[in-house]
Design a protein around this ligand. Sequence first.
Ligand code: ZN
Length: 203
Amino acid sequence: MKIICIGRNYADHAKELNNAVPTQPVIFCKPDTALLDNNEPFYYPSFTTNLHYELELVLKINKQGKNIAEKFAHRYYNQITVGIDFTARDIQDQVKEKGLPWERAKCFDNSAVVGTFVELDSLTNASNIEFQLHKNNTLVQHGFSQNMLFNFDKIIAEISTFITLRTGDLIYTGTPAGVGAVAIGDVLVGILEGKELLNFEIK
Ligand code: ZN
């Protein structure tokens, strides 16, 4: 199983980090050791002092594919949830400045938190999925899938041009505006179309 992430997929988030809006999807990967599921607590790592949440819609791939055409891409996923792409923003700022890869900032253990998957077919508004992150009962991120610069099918087509997708792979589809820092003791709750799919504590 691998974890593939899209960066800067919402214009409002690209702007809040002073990044240009991309003309093709920004792609990066996390190792399988990054996965944190079942609402297990997240332990704040010692190497950062500016750990940020990024709430994202996460797709689960359900069959193997390579060079998938955009019009057939919907056949390769049928489950979705919300997840957190944890980012050590202080380290990311340093490596971005030097033009170095993002692994130290984004690929550490438990940096890919994933909620409970639901069937895409079960959603009432699958063409514009609403999702929210609450931190300590305060709404901090509120996204709609229609605001993605590259939609699910475009993302699958683009990734599979370079990387074979396999059953069980996870695709993090980018975060809307509102990213911010977490502290020990915070509780993060992720909601997709009114359903709580993620609820865990920072320890
Ligand atoms: Zn992200």
